[in-house]
Structure formats: C-alpha cells, structure tokens
Design a binder for this molecule. Sequence first.
Ligand code: SAM
Length: 408
Amino acid sequence: MPQCLTCKSNYEPFISFGKMPIANGFLTPDQFDDEYFFEMKVGFCANCKMVQLANQPDRERMFHQNYAFFSSTSSRMALHFKEFADSIKQKYLPSADAFVVEIGSNDGIMLQNFAEKGIAHLGIEPSANVAKVAIQKGIKTTSEFFDEELAGKIVVDHGKADAILAANVMCHIPCLHSVAAGVKILLKPEGVLAFEDPYLGDIIEKTSYDQIYDEHAFYFSLESVSHLFEQYGLEVVDTIHQNVHGGSMRYVIAHKGKKEISPEVQKLREKEKRFGLQSPKTFELLCENIKISRDKLLAVLTDLKSQGKRIVGYAATSKSTTVTNYCGITPDLVEFISDTTPIKQGKFSPGVHIPVKPYEEFCSNYPDYALLFGWNHAEEIMANEQEFVKSGGKWIVYVPEVGIVDKV
Ligand code: SAM
C-alpha cells in the first residue's frame, strides 16, 4: 500500500490509469524505443484528506532544459496573472519597497507585472529554457527547485519576502513539507503566500480527469492544504475560486494569528463537507464517472472515423497525454494535433505518438471535427476559430460531458 506523501498514512489508490508517459514529453521517432512510462495511480488519504499520485517520475525527467510548457502562449492567462499581481499589490503590498518571490515563475508571465513597476522580485524556475526567456525579458530568475534549503539562501542573499506567489506549481512538488518549511523561513511576519492550483472540487464535479498527470502530484482541497500548512504555524486566511484551468482555487496563507481570516474560508470548509470531498465514496464515484467518460469519448471518435470523417486534435496540452493514453486514442483516430508551440511542432505526442503539427496545417485544410484538448481555454479558442465552424467544422468536447458542439 502506498504511503501518503504528506502524513505518511497508508492508503489504497482508487484508480489506475495504466502505463503513462511524461505528459510534456513530446518526442521524435528515434526516442520512441526509450520512452519512459510509469503506472499512474491516484489515491485519497483518509487521514489528511490529500488526493495524490501514488508514484511519480523523478522531477528531473519532467522539468529540464527542454520543458515544453511556456505560460505566455495564452493571452488569457497573461491577463489572469496581471489581475493576480494587481490584487496582491493592492491588498498586501502597501509600500513600494516590497520583495516578491514566485515559485515556478516559468517565462515570467506573472513577475513581469512586478518588474515593470520596479518592485524587487525573484523567480524560482528549474526548467532552464523557460527561465532563460524570463531573464531575457529582464525578470530576475534563478534556475533551481524551491525547497527549504533554497529559501534559507534567498533570505541570506535578498532578505525575507512580503509575498510569495505560486501558480500551478505547488501541486507539482512531492516534498511539500520542505516547501512549507521554506515558506515559513522566507515569509516576513506580515507577509503572505498566495498560490493557486486546479481545485479538487472542480475535478470531481466536471470529471476532468485529464488534470491528473505526472506533474500533478497533488489535487488540493482547503482541508488538505490547511492540514499541511498548520503544521508549520501557517494558516489559510482567504480562498478565492478562479475560473481558469477548468476551475482553480487560490489559497492565501499567512503566519498564524497575523491576518484576519476571511469568511470565505469557513464557507468553503462547509461546502467541501457537503460535497463529500472528505469521503472515500466520492472517489469511488469519480472512478466510475471517469470510466464512463472514457468509453463515451472512444465511442464518438470510433463512430465518426467509421463514417470516414477527419478528426484533428486541437492543442497538444499536457492534459491531452492522459486522455489519449487512457482512452487509447491513436493516430488512426486522430490524424494530428495542431499546436502553436514551436518546441512541440514536428514531434509526436507522448505514448500514443500522434504527430504534432503547426497550427497553420489546421487552418489550411480544416478537418470535419476538432477534438478540443485545450478545453480549459474553450471560450478563447472558439471565439478565434469561427472560420473553422463556418467551414462546417464541429468541436468534440469531453469536459464536463462528452459531446459534439459548435460553440461553448
Ligand atoms: N506558474 C506558471 C503558470 O501558471 O503558467 C507555470 C506553471 S508550470 C505548469 C509549472 C512550473 O513550475 C514549471 O515551469 C516548472 O519548471 C516549475 N517547477 C516545477 N517544480 C518546481 C519547484 N520545485 N520549484 C520551483 N518551480 C518548479
């Protein structure tokens, strides 16, 4: 039985997705034979309420100098991070001589909003290629993994932080105790940690099982986050639901007793209880719903293909790796995946090896159907792709329901 990564209790995984490759491991044919796979199982720890991967590849396999995810490819996310930065400045950084640290700062999409205002900042970004893009934009970045040791070094070199920010990265770090201990050291007495990640409640409600992949070691709820940080004298003082990445939660955390606790925290705590986020039964049901979703999607694709229709994948997201591998979606069902990220183009998708082609190939010869792997950006994508629909094209979606649509 696996041991909980945060409280060490034993738990039984509630689902296995079978063998999975590295979600962002887009590859060339000469790499097919050596492709790395691991068994992707997910479990719920009844003791500390943490939902987590039972095993995860080594971090260096996922985050390195060829990391394929560049945050700034989405204009919607650029706007989201500007709003995130503005709200932190307004609420928590009254003086201009503040120091802000971001964990997992990627290509600088969030920190650019502090840099351009002359606010002292430091990005922590282990994937060297994306860190380089941030540095070229003038954003101070160090290419390292954040942990307790690094937090101590930052304090010595730069002093303590007024705000520590993190988006879509806390859930990536298996050694969360080291992160929490690092936050405790690095944060000024009145400082805040504000981080957001895909929210477990949304994953369950929408059966968005494609949020589950190698990089996401954890699927957080308020309960599991509180349980962890309380062990370090830190507490959740606010929670704000975010309508990005299919539903995320922003947690604001401070040293215990230092900030007033928003009523939103208690409201969310009660909502999680009503919704059964701490009940093993909820995860049994999730497992059933995931299997139903997989079977329906495969049936739709197989049926369209038997009618001779052309299907192309839209956006070679990390999430698409879970869907394609779990459902068995191979190049005989999906001709290619269209993507605008140069590092992915000309390569093949992890595991099932669907070719990834430049976006121009999608536009120059529209398929009958586009399988929307980037469903979390559906509004932005569909608004941009009206010509595809005018040409008679339709979208295949699978979150929250499997279906064929021409708009959201
Ligand atoms: N924050 C950006 C966003 O929301 O678009 C990037 C999110 S990306 C999914 C996760 C980022 O965290 C990657 O750039 C990865 O290299 C970085 N990362 C992974 N482990 C980390 C760690 N231990 N410390 C700091 N960054 C880490």
